[in-house]
Design a binder for this molecule. Structure first.
Ligand code: GDP
Ligand code: CA
Length: 326
């Protein structure tokens, strides 16, 4: 199959790097644009505006306006409004909002207040910047992530991640209200129509976890007629970037490529994967993955640029076609 219909489940920065590769690999094949389902579990209200960090990471990266040096926000951004907010004591002193970034949040908040859904807001954002993918939020419901600490108290994920740099030991992650959330319009339909669903090498706990927790999405993956292929975010037993290891420890999963694959599980069992891409550094765990009835595929997993990510997507598509017996 040269022009597969592809769906991607993605978080922010890792999800963006991977999605640039998906766009590249599909364009090379003349395939239709992928549908990218973004985690919205990181979303929050701050100083009266709605932030959607993972959606914005994807939008900025796909539009080519992201700050690649810093790893978040817009390139060439300034912080005049942020300084003024801090002078007022508004917002969080440890959470910087760039001026251009605030423009996005104000536009989004205005449209939401006018009654548009997050799905419609993202559609509108992609009119300004054609993204080369069909970007959807996982849900239109307002869901956030609370980190339960060992003393029983809870704080917002962004406070735990950005202010405390994940240094407070988490007992659990919760997405209050997610049981009543529904997948955004088009999400389940896209999965049902896909030849391949790719799980980006995003944080398994706080990026992919919330997407899978939206009632209906896991079932859609389990019954999808296409193949489901995941990409390990762990290389050589380490998180490449960020603090996913702390998140994994909290849910009792070892920081290893095989353990994360087993955490997602095989579709032939009660999981979601047909195949799992492991880095060359983790070639030794391929057998362990196979023991979980997931097809292991060993390939370089460093997403240094869109071409490197595109090569990962090539390997994932090849694995999908093998798994489906094409
Ligand atoms: P966030 O929402 O911005 O935290 O980003 P994601 O959840 O989408 O992705 C974060 C994860 O990407 C990290 O936990 C890393 O394990 C993973 N990651 C980052 N760079 C790479 C890379 O080059 N290769 C692979 N395989 N994983 C990566
Ligand atoms: Ca995120």
């Amino acid at each position: 199959m040269t022009a597969p219909r592809v769906v991607v489940l993605a978080g922010g920065v890792g999800g963006s790097k991977f999605t640039l590769g998906v766009r590249e690999a599909l364009a090379r094949r003349g395939a239709p644009e992928a549908t990218v389902v973004a985690n919205t579990g990181d979303d929050l209200w701050l100083s009266g505006v709605r932030l959607q960090p993972d959606v914005d990471s994807l939008v900025y990266a796909l539009a080519g306006v992201n700050d690649t040096q810093r790893g978040w926000g817009r390139s060439g951004d300034t912080e005049r409004v942020n300084a003024e907010l801090q002078a007022w004591g508004a917002g969080w002193p440890w959470f910087t909002l760039g001026d251009l970034d605030l423009g996005t949040h104000l536009a989004r908040t205005g449209w939401l207040r006018e009654g548009q859904t997050p799905t419609q807001v993202i559609e509108r954002m992609s009119q300004r910047w054609p993204l080369g993918v069909h970007l959807l939020p996982m849900t239109d419901a307002e869901v956030d992530t609370q980190v339960e600490l060992r003393d029983g108290s809870s704080i917002h994920f962004q406070e735990w991640w950005t202010r405390h740099r994940a240094a407070l030991e988490p007992a659990a992650f919760h997405n209050p209200g997610i049981r009543d959330a529904r997948p955004a319009p088009g999400v389940v339909e896209a999965i049902a129509a896909a030849d391949v669903v790719l799980i980006a090498p995003s944080n398994p706990v706080v990026s992919i976890g919330p997407i899978l927790a939206v009632p209906g999405i896991r079932d859609a993956l389990r019954s999808a007629p296409g193949s489901v292929v995941g990409v390990s975010p762990i290389i050589g037993g380490r998180v490449v970037r960020g603090m996913a290891d702390v998140c994994l420890a909290a849910i009792g999963v070892e920081t290893s490529a095989a353990a994360v694959g087993a955490h997602y599980g095989a579709r032939t069992g009660d999981g979601i994967l047909d195949a799992w891409l492991l880095a060359e550094e983790d070639a030794g765990s391929a057998d362990e993955v196979a023991e979980h009835s997931i097809r292991p595929v060993v390939t370089p997993l460093w997403m240094t640029d869109a071409v490197a990510s595109g090569a990962i997507v090539d390997a994932a598509l090849a694995a999908a076609f093998d798994a489906a017996g094409w």
